[in-house]
Ligand binder design. Structure first.
Ligand code: CDP
Ligand code: MG
Length: 188
């Protein structure tokens, strides 16, 4: 009888992560944040490069309308290309928030210098990354960026396969996949 090598894993949690325009403008920083995602063993479920209109930006950050930083935030987020990811991990939401570090870059540099914002953030607004702060925000934000993505269907079909493994990273599509349907990493 074969020994069971892996303890059963918990259900994967999803979060929405953004690499903001300040980081996408610098290819080396973009690559460094992307590598952090891979090295922390997140599964990349979907990824997309895009540019927001001012309207997209206003809608996404509606909860902050009225705050003193709202206008500068809206303008910054519509100022250039960004990258959005749906990430999966057993603790995707708190793990990604902790890797991001504190919102304010000065605080991040002092209290969490190894965090993404501590290492690459420029200002309180141009702070490199976004991450959902709860499961409800994650669902809303995934639907905002990936309207074609069905969380329900993903949990039904893809999650059990990804959790069971084996899983490979498809560098061309920039997502993790289960090697099947004629696709293997070697076929790239
Ligand atoms: O992004 P996070 O959830 O850590 O912080 P938030 O309080 O939800 O704020 C959303 C975004 O607004 C931040 O990530 C910053 O880009 C921006 N912000 C700002 O420009 N100035 C502040 N004093 C606070 C937030
Ligand atoms: Mg927030």
């Amino acid at each position: 009888m074969r020994a069971v090598l892996c303890a059963p894993q918990r259900v994967l949690q999803l979060t929405l992560a953004i690499i903001k325009p300040d980081a996408v403008a610098h290819p080396l920083i973009l690559e460094a944040v992307h590598k952090t995602i891979l090295s922390k063993r997140f599964l990349i479920v979907r990824s997309k490069d895009l540019v927001w209109s001012r309207q997209d930006s206003q809608q996404f950050y509606q909860e902050h309308s009225g705050r003193f930083f709202y206008q500068r935030l809206v303008e910054f987020m519509a100022s250039g290309p960004m990258r959005a990811y749906i990430l999966a991990h057993e603790e995707a939401i708190p793990l990604w928030r902790s890797l991001m570090g504190p919102t304010k870059v000065f605080r991040a540099q002092h209290t969490a210098p190894e965090s993404i914002r501590g290492a690459y953030g420029l200002t309180d607004t141009r702070n490199t990354v976004h991450g959902s702060d709860s499961a409800a925000s994650a669902s809303r934000e995934m639907a905002f960026f990936f309207p074609e993505f069905s969380e329900r269907e993903w949990y039904q079909h893809e999650e059990p396969q990804l959790r069971g493994g084996p899983v490979c990273y498809d560098t061309k599509a920039a997502v993790h996949r289960v090697p099947r349907d004629g696709w293997t990493p070697e076929a790239d």
